[in-house]
Design a protein around this ligand. Structure first.
Ligand SMILES: [Zn+2]
Length: 266
């Protein structure tokens, strides 16, 4: 059952990578309920498993959801508490990022269906995430969670102007040790020609805010990336081999910095 919900590879070092929004799987009958605008799953964190394929050669663990965020958003609270004060999208989003409806008239889920989706998809992902973080912490004394995301760089409803290429989220410093944040920032700073910010529009979602507890030896960072750094941001959201090839070494350096920090921690 779990193989249908997520892909999982245990960590051999303190670092675990989570990819909650790259899934495109829809349950039977789901696609017929979507509007034409939603049918192409436009708000997916496209191609992240391919972009991060180098993780397979590193000692870090990986958990990656298979289900689409349109079914249930794993980076939202299970009671659907809004993540941000302004415009955002919810646990079982009924609008796209740009405000267009996700469902055809009368096809949106009722409360019972939302609750069932939380049971079927949300809880198993978070149970596995928690279990692996606990195992890592028991083995190494601490754990580092890296939550990987990407989004269109231009969504007027959600943010003004163009998003920086790298948006590091630390829950405003509360989710990770300062020297771990500094190590991540230093690795990203070395990416010449790319723009970056820490705790800008994206400070980290539910996953970063929930699991990032430095006092409990759990550190979490979120990286939200502008998708233009490795793909086309308009349908059909094609992978761009040249851009991805230029970007990937910077991601390797970033993840390596987290592994190195973990290895050299007193
Ligand atoms: Zn995402």
């Amino acid at each position: 059952m779990s193989a249908e919900l997520y892909d999982f590879r245990p960590a051999r070092c303190p670092v675990l990578v989570s990819i909650p929004h790259a899934g495109t799987m829809l349950p039977p009958g789901f696609a017929a309920r979507l509007t034409d605008a939603a049918a192409g799953l436009p708000d997916t964190d496209w191609h992240l498993p391919q972009l991060y394929d180098f993780l397979a050669e590193m000692p870090v663990g990986l958990i990656r959801a298979r289900v689409s965020r349109f079914v249930v958003d794993l980076n939202r609270a299970p009671d659907d508490t809004p993540l941000y004060a302004g415009a955002t999208t919810g646990l079982c989003p009924d609008t796209l990022f740009d405000g267009e409806p996700v469902y055809r008239d009368g096809m949106a889920p009722d409360a019972a269906e939302v609750a069932a989706r939380v049971e079927t998809w949300w809880k198993p992902y978070h149970a596995k995430l928690r279990e692996e973080l606990d195992r890592i912490r028991a083995t190494f004394g601490f754990a580092v969670l890296f939550d990987a995301h990407s989004i269109r760089g231009d969504i007027p409803r959600l943010f003004e102007g163009r998003l920086p290429d790298f948006n590091l989220g630390t829950n405003r410093g509360a989710a990770a040790a300062p020297d771990l944040v500094a190590a991540a920032e230093s690795a990203l700073s070395a990416a010449c020609g790319y723009t970056r910010i820490t705790d800008g529009r994206f400070v980290g979602g539910y996953i970063t805010r929930t699991y990032g507890r430095p006092a409990d030896n759990l550190h979490a960072l979120q990286l939200e990336m502008a998708q233009s750094t490795y793909m086309e941001e308009t349908p059909p959201f094609a992978w761009n081999d040249l851009r991805a090839g230029l970007l990937r070494p910077h991601l390797v350096r970033l993840i390596s910095a987290l592994v190195d920090w973990s290895a050299n921690r007193p």
